[in-house]
Design a protein. Structure first.
Length: 565
């Protein structure tokens, strides 16, 4: 359905709808998602993907996937495959419109020659350092290169020799001849081509000169006849050079439009810095569940629906802001609450012996799979004399408002019976509590008391004899502060890495219904949070990643902000 009859929900849609009304592009809407294959996509790219593909779909247009593969020294086939997998996982499809900047290298080379012939580009032989010095500053104009006024013939000769591989890296570059005094430093004779004697993943050794991003990107958009070229605010100053190249070459003019990038608290949105974490061994890889990469979020247990919902909630803005991680966590919690089965798992086991329960008896207790979705039905959970409960669910000397198990106190076992602690067994050497002895009320099956007595706590549990072992990885924020750029103690962002971002528990016990769980399966561990089976799992040991806790910090934040207002 074409949405031109509806009110646009953000300024990007407003621009598209205005262009459709004026027939600016003959009724066409054609966008593109243009990643550089020099790293894995992160949650910020997910926002761009939702915008590029989403707007195209909403207005019955097209969206291309195009890899800006203009720097062979940093690109890899691994990244290309991962990017395609991530986009499809998010639920988008480029159909038959997969392109590469390298598809257009020959045409770009011809455009560069055209600029040279028209006196709008020249070969500069200054060193990289000198070019930087000559560019000037924000307050001071730049200085013209001594090679700026080479003749057209000399420039064509040198550029052809660059193309032929005659010169070493860094000896020459091709620059646009614009204005070294421009207040926009991007317009101070920007580089168009540089020499790189490096093999390209698609073109091999055919080329030893490669176009710069500012030259290549607008040409790619033009060649593909992109109507709306959405990009983040960091490219706002690049728009002038984007327009200059298209105007001077007199070719199809795509429209660059900037929106605010996604900045998320307690993490980083820089592929360069993420690569630094990977190569430095600070994380286990691009798909480490602590990473904000799409592959990391997928491994952690996030769903594509939750990420798309998150991107929709944060909207599209013109100014930068910091989005609280709590909102992303709210979106995944909201999604998983509706779809994941509930199970019982004990992460830090404390042994419980029910003294008056028959030693050889095993009962099958009825447990609800998901109270939000009755169609998911019920399952059987075995109960035996010896159980495990969470160590934190017992206090020998309970503080005020601690209502869980304590000496001579009765609590409810989820789906089972009321039990009462009658004895505590400690390690004689360390004094650590190693075992609890309890009694149960046989008349309280299902957790209710026939005489109407009340208990204040319900505990989850597993049978010692019937449960299975598991490893559980408790993930937390990558960074210990919301925004490292605002912290005096974070001269390097790695100074703010959260030392408690991962806690691995190896003695966990889970109910036997999870015996056949497969990597990617998601569950709610009752009272503990949402968890996902990790690919590291084996037949001998299941491994679970904590996706998110049950604690809704976003609701608390919203409530506090409402009270301030």
């Amino acid at each position: 359905m074409n949405s031109t009859d509806s009110t646009p929900t953000n300024f990007l849609k407003a621009i598209v709808e205005d262009d459709l009304k004026t027939d600016k592009y003959a009724g066409r809407v054609h966008t593109r998602f243009p990643p550089e294959p020099n790293g894995y996509l992160h949650i910020g790219h997910a926002k761009a993907i939702c915008i590029d593909f989403g707007i195209a779909a909403e207005y019955e247009g097209l969206c291309n996937l195009r890899f800006d593969d203009t720097n062979p020294t940093k690109e890899d086939i691994e990244y290309i495959k991962a990017i395609q997998e991530d986009i499809k996982w998010l639920g988008f499809d480029w159909e038959d419109r997969l392109y590469y900047a390298s598809d257009y290298f020959e045409q770009m080379y011809k455009y560069a020659i055209q600029l040279i012939k028209e006196g709008k580009a020249y070969v500069c032989s200054l060193s990289e350092q000198k070019i930087r010095e000559y560019r000037g500053t924000v307050k001071q104009p730049g200085k013209e290169s001594p090679y700026r006024n080479r003749s057209t013939e000399e420039n064509l000769d040198l550029f052809e020799r660059m193309h032929a591989g005659e010169f070493k890296d860094g000896t020459h570059v091709l620059r646009a001849k614009i204005d070294m005094a421009s207040p926009n430093m991007k317009m101070r004779d920007p580089l168009i081509y540089r020499i790189r004697h490096a093999s390209h993943h698609r073109t091999g050794d055919k080329w030893c000169i490669y176009p710069m991003y500012d030259f290549a990107h607008c040409l790619e958009d033009s060649i593909e006849r992109i109507t709306h070229s959405f990009c983040t605010l960091e490219f706002e100053n690049n728009r002038e050079i984007y327009d200059w190249f298209l105007d001077e070459l007199n070719i199809f003019h795509s429209q660059q439009i900037e929106f605010a990038r996604l900045n998320l608290s307690h993490t980083i949105m820089s592929k360069r810095k993420l690569l630094e974490l990977v190569e430095g061994g600070y994380v286990t890889g691009w798909d480490d569940p602590r990473m904000p990469t799409i592959s990391g979020l997928r491994r952690r247990g996030y769903t594509p629906e939750s990420i798309r919902n998150f991107c929709d909630r944060i909207g599209v803005a013109k100014s930068e802001s910091l989005v609280d991680m709590a909102l992303l966590e709210y979106c995944i919690r909201e999604d998983l609450n509706k779809r994941t089965p509930r199970v019982m798992a004990v992460l830090r086991p404390l042994k419980v012996v029910i003294d008056n329960y028959p030693e050889d008896k095993v009962e099958e207790m009825d447990a609800v799979n998901n109270p939000e979705d009755p169609s998911m039905g019920t399952r059987k959970v075995p109960l035996s004399q010896v159980l495990y409960i969470e160590r934190d669910d017992f206090r020998e000397y309970p503080p005020k408002k601690f209502f869980r198990l304590a000496p001579d106190r009765e609590v409810r076992l989820r789906y089972a019976y009321l039990i009462k602690c009658v004895n505590v067994v400690k390690d004689k050497q360390t004094g650590e509590i190693v075992e609890l002895h309890c009694t149960y009320d046989p008349a309280s099956r299902g957790g209710s008391s026939p005489d109407g007595r009340k208990v204040k706590a319900t505990l989850h549990w597993v049978s010692a004899a019937n449960s299975i072992p598991a490893e559980v990885r408790l993930y937390d924020h990558l960074l210990s502060v919301p925004n490292p750029s605002e912290e005096k103690d974070c001269a390097d962002f790695k100074d703010c890495l959260n030392p408690k971002s991962l806690e691995t528990l190896t003695s966990c016990r889970i109910e036997p219904s999870l015996l056949c769980a497969k990597p990617g399966n998601r569950y709610q561990f009752e009272r503990l949070g949402y968890f996902c089976v990790d690919p590291d799992s084996s037949d001998e040991m299941l491994v679970f990643n904590r996706t998110v806790t049950l604690r809704d910090t976003w609701a608390r934040i919203q409530k506090a902000e409402k009270q301030k207002r």
